[in-house]
Structures are given as structure tokens and as C-alpha cells.
Ligand binder design. Structure first.
Ligand SMILES: *[C@@H]1O[C@H](CO)[C@@H](O)[C@H](O)[C@H]1NC(C)=O
Ligand SMILES: *[C@@H]1O[C@H](CO)[C@@H](O)[C@H](O)[C@H]1NC(C)=O
Ligand SMILES: *[C@@H]1O[C@H](CO)[C@@H](O)[C@H](O)[C@H]1NC(C)=O
Ligand SMILES: *[C@@H]1O[C@H](CO)[C@@H](O)[C@H](O)[C@H]1NC(C)=O
Length: 320
């Protein structure tokens, strides 16, 4: 029986170490497309500029996007800076730009690029603890001097009087008890939230950028502010990675403790069993009044008689 106990303990130990090995070998899967919002901006600038074939100023041209971004909408409008400042643009899809907008650095003509990220919103602008109830919309400005240029730097738009308004009248249903907030992302992708959405489901901004409407996630109710994302996608992934790593560590510690407890239990049980065995032996010895000599037979101890009491006799011996 001692042998069996030892075997059990060994088995448990090997199981334990095997599990730990597996856990430590488990690295988080890193095969995912990286969604960088700044490279998306650059790509969409290129694709929206392609919509311009002999463009007239002040007209919004719909662009096309590569097939891997199907769903995203882009549009572009070429304007004179002076005209933008004097008159604004009353309707650029959801955006309405008042007069008094200043472009920096100064360019004679600029292009306003409109983006609607649709179902790609949460991929390029992940927000932990919040759910989008509207697509992320972008309004960016670039120099219009060279309409085949790529990788153009963004221009800075600043309102000097009224804010730019964004009409989010088509919100997804808002869960009961939640309130919608406007969120805006700066060029580094850092989000900032308003207290609540404006009446008529509009948001306001004083500069260019990306905008949407969110509600607090129901699943992760009181969640901390999203990490200060400089490289949004990566940051988010990192945090969830470290999160799952934490869980793995917690899991292995708890699992280890449970296994240790089990081991202890087994060892104690084995010892107990051995004691009982000894007691039984002693009792038996007392009953028979004769100390049986114990011999090791394999791994078990068995009583053996020191001498054979009846000598075997051959029948022929009787006859003799
Ligand atoms: C990711 O997985 C796909 C197949 O699912 C593979 O073609 C691709 O090379 C992988 N990328 C990386 C970076 O491992
Ligand atoms: C989508 O396709 C374009 C052009 O084919 C490519 O430049 C871009 O990197 C792709 N983007 C993603 C996210 O796959
Ligand atoms: C977004 O929706 C379009 C259809 O409108 C679909 O083709 C595309 O695969 C979707 N993309 C994502 C990332 O869900
Ligand atoms: C416009 O940009 C393209 C692409 O960068 C470049 O090849 C071309 O020479 C530029 N044209 C002018 C007039 O600067």
C-alpha cells in the first residue's frame, strides 16, 4: 500500500509540473492586424484625393476605399482658405462648419477630408469601457496644392467664434439608464469625453479630428478611464494582453494552492494508512500471541512462518 501511495503522490506531482509548464509556455497570440489610426488617415487622404478629377471648389466628392476597408466612407471638398474663414461650410455630411475657422499653417487652398469609419470604428479607435452608438466620423484638412500627393501633414483647423457642430441624429438605441457622451480623438488618438451629448444629438468641436458618441459599457460598468493611447490599437491590445496574463498568473497560483492542498491531504492519508496498518499488525500479533516475522514480498509486507509445522511426508515413507 505504501507503494501505491507513493505512486499517487508522484503522479500528482508530475501532473502539477506539467500544468505549470503548459501555462508558462502559453504565450498570448500576437497574430492580429494592427489598426493604426494615423496610417488609416494617410491611406484615406490618398483615396479621397483620388476622387478629384477636375474638382470644383466647394463641392463634396465621394471617394472609394480599398476592398479591405469596405464599409468606410470618404469624401473630400476643395476650398480656398479665405472662403472657409468667411463663409464656413454649412453642410459637409454630418459636419457644419461655421465662419471664422482659421487654418494653420496658412495655405491658399485646402482639402477637407470627411471619414465615416462605420463598422471599423472600434477597430481603429478602441475604447475600453465604452460602446459606440454612432460611427467614428473624421474631419481633417490638408493642403490642396498637389492633388496627387500622399503622406501629407494634417493642417490645424481652429474655430475663432462658434464651434463646429456634428449631427449624430442617427444614433443606435441607447441602453436604458445609460447616457450618451460625445467623444473626440486628437491626432494622437487620445480620447476626451463630454459630460453628455448636446440637445438634438449633436456634438461640438473647436478643431479637426475624429468624433463619435458612446455609452458606458453595460458589461464593464465602472471602468477606469481608457489608457492614454498614443498608438491606440497597440495600447489596447497590450492592456488586454497583460490582463489575460494576470489571469493566467492568478489561475496558476490558485491551481497550485489547490494541488498543494491535495498533495498534503494525500500524504497525510498515506501516513495515516501506514499507522493503521501497523496497529492492525500489532493487534494481530497480540491475538495470536506469536510475533509473526514480516518479510518483504515485493512492496508489501506479509507474515511468514519461520518453520513449517507439519513436515511433508511421502506416502512411500509410511509404507516403509
Ligand atoms: C497571421 O495568420 C495568418 C493566417 O491565419 C498568416 O497568413 C499570417 O502570416 C500571420 N501573421 C503573422 C504576423 O504571424
Ligand atoms: C488595405 O489595402 C490597401 C491597399 O491595397 C493597403 O495599402 C492597406 O495597408 C490595407 N489596409 C489594411 C488595414 O489591411
Ligand atoms: C464592415 O461591413 C462591410 C459591409 O458593409 C463588410 O464587407 C466588412 O467586412 C465589415 N468589416 C468589418 C471589419 O466588420
Ligand atoms: C505631387 O505629389 C506626387 C506624389 O508625391 C509627386 O510625384 C509629384 O511630383 C508632385 N507634384 C508636384 C507638382 O509637386
Amino acid at each position: 500500500m505504501g507503494f501505491l501511495c507513493g505512486l499517487q503522490v508522484l503522479l500528482l506531482l508530475s501532473l502539477c509540473s506539467h500544468r505549470l509548464q503548459k501555462l508558462s509556455a502559453q504565450s498570448p497570440p500576437t497574430n492580429a492586424t494592427s489598426y493604426s489610426s494615423s496610417s488609416l488617415d494617410a491611406l484615406l487622404q490618398d483615396y479621397s484625393y483620388r476622387a478629384f478629377v477636375r474638382p470644383r471648389t466647394g463641392i463634396l466628392y465621394q471617394g472609394t476605399v480599398p476592398s479591405n476597408l469596405t464599409g468606410i466612407k470618404v469624401a473630400a471638398m476643395r476650398l480656398r482658405s479665405g472662403s472657409l474663414r468667411k463663409r464656413g461650410v454649412s453642410s459637409l455630411n454630418e459636419f457644419s462648419i461655421p465662419s471664422g475657422v482659421i487654418v494653420k499653417p496658412y495655405v491658399t487652398r485646402l482639402v477637407l477630408v470627411y471619414q465615416n469609419l462605420a463598422n471599423f470604428s472600434h477597430l481603429y479607435y478602441p475604447l475600453s469601457g465604452y460602446d459606440y452608438v454612432a460611427p467614428v466620423l473624421g474631419l481633417l484638412a490638408y493642403d490642396a496644392k498637389n492633388l496627387s500627393a500622399i503622406n501629407l501633414p494634417e493642417l490645424d483647423l481652429r474655430v475663432s467664434k462658434d464651434p463646429i457642430r456634428i449631427d449624430f441624429s442617427d444614433l443606435e438605441p441607447i441602453p436604458q439608464g445609460s447616457s450618451a457622451k460625445c467623444v473626440s480623438f486628437d491626432s494622437q488618438g487620445k480620447p476626451s469625453f463630454s459630460d453628455s451629448i448636446q440637445p438634438g444629438n449633436t456634438c461640438e468641436t473647436e478643431r479637426q479630428g475624429h468624433f463619435s458618441v458612446v455609452v458606458k459599457s453595460v458589461a464593464s460598468a465602472p471602468s477606469p478611464a481608457p489608457p492614454p493611447a498614443t498608438e491606440k490599437g497597440k495600447e489596447k491590445k497590450k492592456s488586454s494582453e497583460s490582463n489575460s496574463r494576470t489571469w493566467i498568473i492568478v489561475g496558476s497560483v490558485v491551481g497550485g494552492l489547490i494541488l498543494l492542498g491535495l498533495l498534503l491531504f494525500l500524504v497525510l492519508r498515506c501516513r495515516n494508512y501506514k499507522k493503521q496498518e501497523k496497529m492492525k499488525e500489532m493487534e494481530k500479533a497480540g491475538e495470536t500471541g506469536e510475533a509473526l516475522r514480516m518479510t518483504q514480498v515485493g512492496e508489501t509486507r506479509a507474515p511468514t512462518a519461520s518453520t513449517t509445522r507439519t513436515q511433508p511426508m511421502l506416502e512411500t515413507e509410511y509404507a516403509a
